[in-house]
Design a protein around this ligand. Structure first.
Ligand code: ADP
Ligand code: UDP
Length: 236
């Protein structure tokens, strides 16, 4: 598969077209960003770790019946995926309160959320990804009501699969963000699932093993990502 033009350079990944119009190559860079790109650093090995982690997780999800973008791991930093027409919303599932929900609702970090909370955010850096609801999504035509239903169903099914995967490895899946797109008219999981886009705590010590280590200057960011990978049996 030949890499052609750069299609899009995001905050952490660069997307390339290929000689197949239905396939893209995603290149995972070492750039690590937080606070809408206000804090940016290069972390050695991050691109490689997230690329391999994402491939491993998406294979697990595919095996559990979730349609994903995944085609082929090409090398340390690159993966071949289906070209999706991305739905411009982020789907966030929360099992434990942390991050923006604590500020927004004035709740303390660490409260169990049962049933898990589901939220949509509009992907728009300039507006700081505002929260939107099903009605906004349908009215503005970002997705149909059926597609919204499917994204929610897949997000909750993914929660069951991943809570177990991380739980069996001694971790709590606190929250995570997913992005879906359309491929041949069907909703398919795209983008990335890695410690950059989720929160994972050690079950016993509650040590943070995710991007909060970067956001909160806790150090040992990539060491933590590698520890998560090793605990779930993901080769890096
Ligand atoms: P951001 O846009 O948030 O800065 P990234 O640096 O992660 O994000 O860039 C990756 C971009 O590629 C995102 O905009 C994402 O929506 C898009 N993308 C991810 N997977 C696919 C796919 N399979 N097909 C098309 N676009 C995708
Ligand atoms: N998240 C993400 N990208 C975003 C926003 C959130 O990957 O643009 C992830 C984040 O890492 C966390 C979950 O989604 O695992 C919920 O994030 P939250 O709304 O709490 O916002 P944050 O605290 O990251 O600002």
């Amino acid at each position: 598969m030949e890499k052609k033009a750069e299609l899009y350079r995001g905050k952490a990944k660069t997307v390339y077209t290929t000689d197949d119009p239905k396939r893209l190559i995603i290149h995972f860079r070492n750039d690590t960003s937080a606070f809408d790109g206000l804090k940016i650093e290069q972390l050695e090995d991050k691109g490689k770790v997230n690329n391999k982690f994402n491939y491993f997780i998406m294979q697990k999800l595919e095996a559990a019946g979730i349609p994903t973008q995944m085609e082929e791991l090409l090398n340390d930093n690159e993966v071949l995926v289906k070209k999706l027409d991305m739905v411009p919303v982020e789907c966030v599932v929360r099992n434990v309160s942390a991050g923006s929900i604590c500020k927004r609702l004035g709740v303390e970090e660490g409260r169990d959320l049962n049933p898990p909370t589901f939220e949509f955010f509009l992907k728009n850096d300039a507006l700081h990804d505002p929260m939107v609801n099903d009605s906004h999504i349908a009215s503005f035509g970002w997705a149909t009501e059926d597609q919204v239903k499917t994204m929610k169903e897949y997000s909750m099914k993914i929660n069951e699969v991943l809570k177990k995967l991380f739980g069996d490895a001694g971790m709590i899946l606190v929250d995570y963000k997913l992005e879906f797109g359309l491929y041949e008219g069907k909703i398919v999981l795209g983008d990335e699932f890695s410690p950059d886009g989720c929160r994972l705590w050690d079950k016993e010590t509650r040590k943070k093993l995710d991007k909060d280590r970067f956001r909160q200057d806790l150090g040992g960011v990539i060491e933590a990502y590698k520890e998560v990978a090793s605990r779930i049996g993901c080769p890096i």
